[in-house]
Design a protein around this ligand. Structure first.
Ligand code: ATP
Length: 210
C-alpha cells in the first residue's frame, strides 16, 4: 500500500514530515510519496520556485526510507489535478497495488468539487486526517460519501481503492508554511519548525524575504 501526500511544500516543515512518518507506521504503508504540485489550482503562487521547493523536500527526507519525493506533478506542464496524478500512478504500479490519497478533513469537506472525484475513488482510497471537534456538514455530499465508504485502518490492506479511512494522528504539530514564510519575511527565527537543512537552504537562497 502506497500513500501520496500532495502539497505546495513552500517550504516543507516538521508538520508535513512527522505526519507522513506517523501515517506510514500507523497504517503499515510501504512508503509515503511526498508530491509537490507544480501549478497550484486552488491557491496563489508560491514563494519559492518549483525547483527550490523540490530541492528543499529532497533535503528534508534524505536518509528516511519511508518517505519518497514524487516529482511527477512538479515536472509536468499540466495543472496539478489529483485524478491525472493517480492515473499516472495506477499505470506505473499496476492494478494490484493499493493507493491512498492523504488529505486533511478540511480538504475532504469540499471533495465533491474536485475534478472527477468519483474517478479518484476508483483509483485510490482516501486517508482523511481528522481533527478533534471538526464535523462534516450533515446532509452534505461529503457526509454521504463518508457514510457509504468509510473503512477501518485494519481493512485498508485488503482494499485497493474506493475506501475512506479516517485517521487521527497521535502528534499534531500546529505548524504552517505560511507562518514560516512570515517569520522569515519579518527577519525572525523559524528554527525548530522545519529541518535545519531546509532552513539553511531558504536562508542561503534568500527565500521568503520579500
Ligand atoms: P500553507 O501555510 O502555505 O498553506 P501548509 O503548511 O498548509 O502550507 P501545504 O503544502 O499546503 O502546507 O500542505 C500539504 C499537505 O500537508 C496538506 O495535505 C496539508 O493538509 C498537510 N499539512 C499542512 N500542515 C500540516 C501540519 N502541521 N500537520 C500535518 N499535516 C499538515
Amino acid at each position: 500500500m502506497i500513500a501520496v501526500m500532495g502539497g505546495t511544500f513552500d517550504p516543507v516543515h516538521n508538520g508535513h514530515l512527522r505526519s507522513a512518518l506517523e501515517l506510514c507506521q500507523l497504517l503499515g504503508l510501504a512508503e509515503v510519496r511526498m508530491l509537490p504540485c507544480h501549478q497550484p489550482t486552488h491557491r496563489s503562487r508560491p514563494g519559492a520556485s518549483s525547483e527550490q521547493r523540490l530541492e528543499m523536500l529532497e533535503l528534508a527526507i534524505a536518509g528516511e526510507e519511508a518517505l519518497v519525493v514524487d516529482d511527477r506533478e512538479i515536472l509536468s506542464d499540466r495543472p496539478s489535478y489529483s485524478v491525472y496524478t493517480l492515473e499516472s500512478m495506477r499505470n506505473e504500479y499496476g492494478p494490484e497495488t493499493g493507493l491512498c490519497w492523504v488529505m486533511g478533513i478540511d480538504a475532504f469537506a469540499s471533495f465533491s468539487r474536485w475534478n472527477q472525484w468519483e474517478r479518484i475513488l476508483k483509483l485510490a482510497n482516501l486517508v482523511v486526517l481528522t481533527r478533534p471537534g471538526y464535523q462534516l456538514s450533515p446532509g452534505s455530499v461529503e457526509a454521504q460519501i463518508w457514510q457509504a465508504r468509510h473503512i477501518r485502518p485494519e481493512q485498508l490492506p485488503y482494499q485497493l481503492a474506493g475506501g475512506i479511512v479516517p485517521v487521527s494522528l497521535p502528534s499534531q504539530l500546529e505548524i504552517s508554511a505560511t507562518y514560516i514564510r512570515q517569520q522569515l519575511f519579518r527577519g525572525q527565527s523559524a528554527r525548530y519548525l522545519l529541518p535545519e537543512c531546509v532552513l539553511s537552504y531558504a536562508q542561503a537562497h534568500a527565500l521568503y524575504r520579500c
